[in-house]
Ligand binder design. Structure first.
Ligand SMILES: [Cu+2]
Length: 145
């Protein structure tokens, strides 16, 4: 009889653990609703993370040229990452189709810089505003669609 009592006690103890588990499940339900809130904030993070980075570099040898004359982006926030490893100072100016400047970087040499701006569908131009550079070919088109 004593042995069978022990067998009875064990299921009771397990039952108590299950109840305790249910209790902690209730509190974890609270935290999972917090998780839901966190999940809801993640799309916002993702939308900012989906902010695009456009890479543009000046010719590293010092030629008056960028490494591309064609950039493309989706509508929204854009971060332009401009690198100029050459000893010749350059910058990047972005203008919309109406010729209005929407962004510009510092004039840099031997380093990188960024400019942030927001674009709508359309065609933009980018160029270096150092006198003579755009005319020499430091210009291109940014297509947004
Ligand atoms: Cu330049």
């Amino acid at each position: 009889m004593k042995a069978s009592l022990k067998f009875l006690v064990v299921p009771l103890a397990v039952g108590a653990l299950i109840f305790a588990g249910c209790g902690s499940n209730d509190s974890s339900d609270d935290s999972s609703s917090t998780d839901t809130t966190t999940t809801q904030s993640q799309p916002a993070d993702n939308s900012s993370a989906s902010g695009q980075v456009l890479q543009l570099a000046a010719d590293p040898s010092g030629a008056l040229a960028y490494d591309t004359t064609e950039l493309s982006a989706k509508p929204g926030k854009v971060t332009l990452d401009f690198t100029n490893e050459s000893p010749v100072g350059h910058n990047v100016v972005i203008e919309d189709s109406g010729g209005k400047e929407i962004a510009s970087t510092d004039v840099i040499t031997g380093q990188s810089t960024t400019a942030e701006f927001t674009v709508k569908p359309g065609t933009y131009t980018f160029f270096c505003s150092i006198p003579g550079h755009e005319q020499a070919g430091m210009k291109g088109t940014l297509t947004v669609k």
